[in-house]
Design a protein around this ligand. Structure first.
Ligand SMILES: Cc1cc2nc3c(=O)[nH]c(=O)nc-3n(C[C@H](O)[C@H](O)[C@H](O)COP(=O)(O)O)c2cc1C
Length: 302
């Protein structure tokens, strides 16, 4: 028997596979039960209704998806009414992804989330601009990241998982700051900034001008960030960025991720989760590896 179970803070995941926020929904239930996931992360939610960014919001690029959706949100009241019953019925841990425009808004939604009573964890999407700091992303500055995580930490004992933007100059420093502020784990990476220009109209393609890139194009960059952060923090990492195969999952584990999230692969291969889970089990059996945890960080000991 192979052990696939991993620990992320206080959460026991029955396997290391989860999903990237915004890249999966419970509609996949038509194909397979989302309960096969080690944990489920829904689309990021705000406390208040928010329309999101103007269209176009998403398009394909070679080896990637360019998007700028802007986290449209129905707000907390509708979330409670429309989404919570189905989330509560899941038999796998639910990690709710939340966001705010200010520290106060993060703290408020974390307090709401904590009060739900059924969540296993809370992911803080730190790729949002701080409206009180000239629009700088919370996760791009170690002091801002520390402050917002420390403030949210006071509102919950649930497993708290800041999700970091891929800022090459600051990601290691920010990872250390969120650990010092009391984070239980780190999710990384959110999509790096990117854009496309329509050469016929001579205008930026996306309604929001600058968007973010997901998919295979960003995977080696994400692996490098996970590798670097693993060497500097003692808390578990949920790695993501461009995973499409079992091989990619194993690469993230070897770099130091304890769990791995599947993002846009779900868009072009709706059966990616069961395919990769099955492949992971087979890989471990074929290699005679009894515990998936033995792969975590193994690329550091060469
Ligand atoms: C259309 C779309 C929507 C996304 N929405 C969110 C979101 O609401 N919250 C979040 O933290 N990340 C969001 N992401 C980022 C993904 O969760 C993930 O971090 C990123 O896409 C990298 O992984 P991937 O290359 O496997 O997709 C979104 C990505 C896409 C493409």
């Amino acid at each position: 028997m192979v052990n696939l179970a991993v620990r992320i803070g206080k959460i026991t995941m029955k396997n290391p596979i989860t999903v990237g926020s915004g890249c999966f929904s419970l509609d996949y239930e038509a194909l397979y039960s989302p309960d096969i996931l080690g944990a489920y992360v829904p689309k990021t939610i705000r406390a208040y209704p928010w329309p999101g960014n103007p269209p176009p919001r998403i398009t394909e690029t070679p080896s990637g998806v360019l998007s700028s959706v802007g986290i449209p949100s129905k707000g907390w009241a509708k979330f409670l009414e429309e989404d919570v019953p189905a989330l509560k019925a899941l038999k796998t841990p639910v990690i709710l992804s939340v966001v705010g425009r200010t520290e106060e808004e993060y703290a408020e939604i974390v307090e709401f989330a904590d009060g739900l009573g059924f969540l296993a964890g809370i992911e803080l999407n730190l790729s949002c601009p701080n409206v009180k700091a000239g629009g700088l992303q919370f996760g791009a500055d170690s002091k801002m990241a520390y402050d917002v995580v420390a403030r949210c930490r006071k509102k919950t004992d649930l497993t708290l998982i800041p999700k970091l933007p891929p800022d090459p100059s600051h990601i290691v420093e920010v990872a250390r700051a969120v650990e010092a502020a009391g984070a239980d784990a780190i999710a990384m990476i959110n999509s790096p900034k990117a854009m496309l220009i329509d050469i016929e109209t001579k205008k930026p393609f996306l309604g929001n001008v600058i968007g973010a890139l997901s998919g295979p194009a960003i995977r080696p960059m994400a692996v490098a960030f996970v590798y670097q952060v693993y060497e500097q923090v003692g808390i578990p990492i949920i790695g993501m960025g461009g995973v499409t195969t079992v091989r990619d999952v194993i690469e993230f584990l070897l770099a130091g991720a304890q769990a791995v999230a599947l993002g846009v692969v779900n868009f072009f291969d709706p059966l990616a989760v069961p395919r990769i889970l099955d492949g992971l089990q087979k890989y471990l059996e074929e290699k005679g590896i009894e515990d998936v945890n033995s792969l975590v960080g193994a690329a550091h000991s060469f």
